[in-house]
Design a protein around this ligand. Structure first.
Ligand SMILES: *Cc1c(COP(=O)(O)O)cnc(C)c1O
Length: 405
């Protein structure tokens, strides 16, 4: 057993089940372990590393900014925050933004904004606001957020939970329509469910849900923490259906693979509900994070990473769909956001991830049956081809082993 793994397991809470590899360095789409073995990172930290590891422009910028100004809190203005938020609003078509650090904080911010908007603008009676979320959602791990979850493990042992949340089936417009009432503040939805297993909703769902929300005076809030910033082949996954949400949540890749940077963006009349003292974060919007976030956005545009994701994603999904094995139930996704669903009777996603790791490809299972493939968007066609070969061979190996037994 690797002594570094022993040390980490001895002192770190066991709230994850990592693959047995100790990473020490990363560059572009590759990471290296403590034996110097190289791996293609097809996980990219749940899409937080869309820019690749140690992007040279970000490394240069961080070195400069870290020696200049890092943390001052929002008690003061800085030269970095305005330009960052202005660029984020310009690229996403939103009016204003509220900077946070982690995705969960930005989701909490969205919930607070939606509730206060319901009371002060829509006229919902005090403490009666409801937010509708979807079955199979993942929006983070705070108490309020897991209150929205239907995953038993996320809630077990952590109650009681705050009220004010409802759930409907993902992709089911009639269920959404039936769940909306006079107290509904917002519909919170992932354009593609990531942790739920890379679930792509039916065509037209997002556009129709948005129209329904507009008609019923309900905020349509898109959690694009994982799907956003080029991951699905457009800057935002909502753009596939021409949807501009009333509220938008970004995180993960917004930090350029370097820092936690998140934000809630919205229309002016939604963001205007916040008054000084209503909400905040000591680190949210700090100059280092703002400088990194702005550069991360500029790199996405300059390097056309969304287009690259669209093209390589189509290629990856198309090629994987040609693999024929009883082990594979479905290959789904959009852009470089891909899930291979396995038949659990015939093989486990964890076993497949371990076999891929042996061959130098890092991925991670989600929900026991789905192998997620979401490499940094800077990945090359050659690297994707190499990955496809490894996947093909591992599947053949698993098929053979099963037939032999
Ligand atoms: C990862 C994720 C979150 C939570 O972000 P953290 O930075 O882990 O708090 C929320 N929503 C979605 C869709 C995510 O993928």
């Amino acid at each position: 057993m690797n002594s570094r793994i022993d040390l980490e397991s001895r002192y770190c809470a066991h709230n994850y089940h990592p693959l047995p590899v100790v990473l020490t360095r990363g560059e572009g789409a590759y990471v290296w372990d403590d034996d110097g073995k190289r791996y293609l990172d097809m996980m990219s930290a749940y899409s937080a590393v869309s820019h690749g590891h140690a992007h040279p422009r970000l490394v240069r910028l961080v070195q400069e900014q870290v020696a200049t100004l890092n943390i001052v809190s929002r008690a003061f203005h800085t030269d970095k925050l305005g330009p960052f938020l202005a660029r984020a609003c310009e690229l996403t078509g939103q009016d204003m933004a509220l900077p946070m650090n982690t995705g969960a904080e930005a989701v909490e911010t969205a919930i607070k904004a939606a509730r206060k908007w319901a009371y002060t603008v829509k006229g919902v009676p005090n403490d009666r606001a409801e937010i509708i979320a979807c079955n199979g959602n993942f929006h983070g791990r705070t108490i309020a957020i897991v209150a929205m979850s239907d995953e038993p493990q996320y809630q077990a042992g952590f109650g009681p939970f705050p009220p004010g949340f409802r759930r409907v089936d993902y992709g089911d417009l009639a269920a959404l329509e039936a769940a909306i009432n006079a107290n509904t503040a917002a519909f919170l939805v992932e354009p593609i469910q990531g942790e739920g297993g890379i679930i792509v909703p039916p065509d037209g769902y997002l556009a129709k849900a948005t129209a329904l929300c507009r008609e019923r005076d309900v905020l349509f809030i898109a959690d694009e923490i994982q799907t956003g910033l080029g991951r699905t082949g457009r800057l935002l996954a909502c753009e596939h259906e021409g949807v501009r949400p009333d509220g938008l949540i970004l995180g993960k890749a917004l930090g350029g693979g370097i820092l936690p940077v998140s934000m809630f963006l919205a229309r002016k009349d939604v963001m205007d509900v916040f008054r000084p003292g209503d909400h905040g974060s000591t680190f949210g919007g700090n100059p280092l994070a703002a400088a990194v976030g702005l550069e991360a956005l500029n790199i996405l545009v300059d390097e056309n990473l969304a287009l690259r994701s669209a093209e390589l994603g189509d290629y990856l999904i198309g090629t994987l769909r040609e693999l024929s094995s009883p082990l594979i139930r479905e290959v789904r996704g959009r852009g470089l956001f891909v899930g291979i669903e396995l038949d659990p009777e015939l093989g486990s996603a964890r076993a497949m991830c371990e076999a891929l790791m042996e061959r130098g490809l890092l991925s991670k299972e989600t929900h026991e049956t789905v192998v997620r493939l979401a490499p940094p968007l800077v990945v090359t066609r050659e690297q994707v081809d190499w990955a496809i070969r490894q996947i093909r061979e591992v599947i053949a190996q698993m098929d053979e082993l099963r037939l032999a037994s």
